[in-house]
Structure formats: C-alpha cells, structure tokens
Design a protein around this ligand. Structure first.
Ligand code: ADP
Ligand code: MG
Length: 213
C-alpha cells in the first residue's frame, strides 16, 4: 500500500461516512442519541480539510496521525476519541513508512484495535465497534497466514467485519450509551460496529484488483 493508496482509503472512508450519515444516525437513534452518522461525517469532513493541506510527504504514519488528531479534536461523544485512538495507533505503527506491506497493514490495524480497547475497555461481545474490528483483524491475519494476496486479505477482512457487525444485533450492550438501555438494546445493530465495517470495507474497495501493491 503506497502513500497515495492510504490517502485514497481515507478519502473513501470520508465518502462512505457522508453517504451513510443518515443510516448511521438512524441506527444510533434506536439505541443511542441519534448522532453517530453526524459525528462521523463531521469528523471525516474535517479530516478532508486537513489532509488537503498536508503538503509534500510520503509518510503514511504522519497521514494517519493527522486523521486521528483531527477526529479527537472535532468529534464529540464516544466515537471521536475511539476512532481518534484507532488512527493514532495505526499512525504510530506505520511511522516513517511510505509503503505498507500486507503484514504492516495487519499489524497497524491490530495496534489500532488494541488502542480502542485500552481506551474504551470494551471486550468482544459488548456490542461496540470492537465487535467488527476484532474479526476484521483476525481474518486478515488468517488470510495472510494462508498466503493470500493483499487485496484478497482485505476482502476477507471486510467480510468478517460485516459478520461481526450483524452479530451485534441480538447482543445486549455493555459499553457506551446503548448499555443504559440494558436488555432493550438487543435487537438493534450497533452503529459503531457499522461504521467500523465501512472503514474496513473502504480499504478493501480501495485496493480491489490491486494485488501485490
Ligand atoms: P455517543 O455514544 O457518545 O453518542 P457515537 O454515537 O458517535 O457516540 O458512537 C456510538 C458508538 O461508539 C457505539 O455504537 C459503539 O460502537 C461505540 N462505543 C461506545 N462506547 C464504546 C467503548 N467503550 N468501546 C468501544 N466502542 C464504544
Ligand atoms: Mg451517539
């Protein structure tokens, strides 16, 4: 993954956050406060403004840290610090790199997930974004262990994230605002797991057909 492909991924995530703003907000209206799509879109629009002015660089780590800092400073609520941490940790893992191998990408996403869990204390099954990101990381690592090409590994990662997202539907939330609803949170798909699936899907779509790059 080159710098320009990483940049394309961020732009693709911003585009999908905008396109899914109403959908994510509807999901959050069922078990939260109806702002997740608004939050993610606001944050990613601010990110676009920042990365347009980033100047000459080929440091993917610096790009991802800029994304993370922008999300922390522009998005309120739970998701700003959590997505901010995800990108900041990915940026640290990718520091100084102008090219990420598939293994680098897997290590960066795993570091991002670890950061989300350190910050938010959510475990798998708590009905949060962790429920989409964990299978995404696991599937990526399994695909790479099988010798899959980068684009195929990303596709399998996105499919696993989608499965994790759908698996949040019957769960009772144990973290975040949705946990205030107790048993009434069951029967609804978690908004943050949904935006995390979109994040991984944006990576898979960006690299579709670009095996080995
Ligand atoms: P808020 O809940 O503050 O309104 P958002 O609506 O933007 O923030 O984001 C809600 C999403 O944040 C949830 O759907 C869930 O996936 C995620 N979330 C909330 N708390 C946590 C946590 N402690 N760890 C991981 N993810 C969390
Ligand atoms: Mg909310």
């Amino acid at each position: 993954m080159s710098y320009s492909q990483a940049d394309d991924w961020i732009r693709a995530f911003a585009a999908t956050a905008a396109a899914n703003k109403v959908y994510l907000t509807e999901l959050d209206s069922a078990i939260g406060d109806a702002d997740h799509g608004i939050n993610m879109n606001r944050g990613m629009q601010a990110v676009l403004g920042k990365i347009d002015g980033i100047g000459e660089t080929d440091d993917i780590g610096a790009l991802l840290k800029t994304v993370g800092m922008t999300l922390v400073s522009t998005v309120g609520g739970a998701s700003g610090p959590l997505y901010g941490t995800l990108f900041l940790r990915m940026g640290t893992a990718a520091a100084g790199k102008s090219e990420l191998s598939a293994d680098d990408w897997a290590a960066a996403l795993a570091a991002g997930l670890a950061g989300v869990q350190t910050r938010g204390k959510a475990e798998l099954g708590d009905k949060t974004m962790v429920d989409a990101l964990t299978p995404a990381v696991d599937a990526l690592q399994a695909a790479l262990a099988d010798g899959a090409a980068f684009d195929d590994a990303l596709r399998r990662s996105a499919e696993a994230a989608e499965g994790g997202m759908k698996a949040t539907i019957p769960l009772v939330a144990r973290k975040g605002r949705a946990s205030y609803l107790g048993e009434r949170s069951a029967g609804h798909q978690d908004p943050g797991a949904t935006s995390s699936w979109l994040l991984v899907l944006a990576a898979a779509d960006t690299f579709a057909g670009q095996a080995g790059q």
